[in-house]
Design a binder for this molecule. Sequence first.
Ligand code: S3P
Length: 427
Amino acid sequence: MNIKISKANKIEGVIEVPADKSITHRAVILSSIAEGCSIVKNYLPSDDCFRTIDAFRLMGVDIKQDGGSLIIEGRGLNLNKPKKSIYAGNSGTTARLMSGILAGQNFESVLTGDESLSKRPMKRIIEPLTMMGAKFNTDNGRLPMTIIGALNLRGINYKSAKSSAQAKSAVLLAGLYANGITTYNEPIKSRDHSEKMLRAFGADIEVKGNAVSINRTKKLNPQNITVPGDISSAAFFIAAALLIPHSHLTIKGVGINPTRDGFIECVKKMGADISFENITDICGEPAGDIIVKYRELKAVSIDAQIVPRMIDEIPIYALLASRAQGTTKITGAGELRIKESDRIAAVASQLKKIGVEIEELEDGFIIYGGAKREILGAQVESFGDHRIAMTLAIAALIAKDDITIKDADCVNISFPNFYEVLKRLCF
Ligand code: S3P
């Protein structure tokens, strides 16, 4: 599907963004391997999350959708051998986190994915999980991948050179099945939803700085979980309000976990008018209403230290940088090359097409800002990547002429009704 989006005069209203994708995956996973019935309220009904739900259904877990909730009859840590391969679709989180669980099972399983996921590296989970005692057969460290689980995994002390919440979570999940203590160290703290939720389900887990240790667990206890709104989805609307004069937006119930709030920190430094109201704790995850008003922005560069806290928001941050006063350098973001698309190449090529002065670096960009150069109308490519499609949709709101986005329905990966919500807010 192609979609054509026109300039907007302002963005105004009160919205709720869909539930957090990372937290929904984890809620489904831990509920499925707990003993008894868990309820996951306000889950994200998106393509990626259905891949995780379907994977557990295939292994004998009863998961019912009841309005906005999932009712999950967890069957404990040991699952049924799936009768066919597990299809992770476009979802890196499904593939990598599931690998941690499958590593501890008494059976062999096969994980497959779509074209994009089949190009993404799995070595980051294969290496530690092999050290723990599981076996993997892959062609070049990519999907399809056969996982030969082992009943007696062993705990390891693993130092990762990269900060990846997916890799960390895979090792911690395998740690539930491993003898002794499993410790995972990362250079900069990545999102910590797994640690928080594992603790809530009763796992013996300890966090010391950037090291997380987990002990073998006999049983997880079912929980009632409410998933907050996804800050990564909210970022697109925050950006829209910051780009279009006279805009004023309230986004309700957004997760503001400190390991995910790098985008907010950076846009505040750029001069954004953002405030928070009604801050609460939703199942151990801080959440609140975000109020944002239009403001002129100044350039703020970012580097490796903050990248893990805003990894999925960098494409939309690049668009903001193109309108800010001054030059923005984004470095330390080489991981973007191996996301759902090569997001460095995708952002640079498509923003260039619409008139942005942007240079591609191996691990980021240089963006020459200023509102003087107009954003132009064009036909642009999403590369089937949800976050690229949404970034270009926001760019269209400030473009001189219409922007047509190709393969635009990929937003279903994380934000199924994105275009309807956008339409409702635009005046
Ligand atoms: C995620 C972790 C991040 C992020 C992805 C979701 C997660 O990936 O980009 O969208 O749910 O753990 P990496 O672990 O590859 O950094």
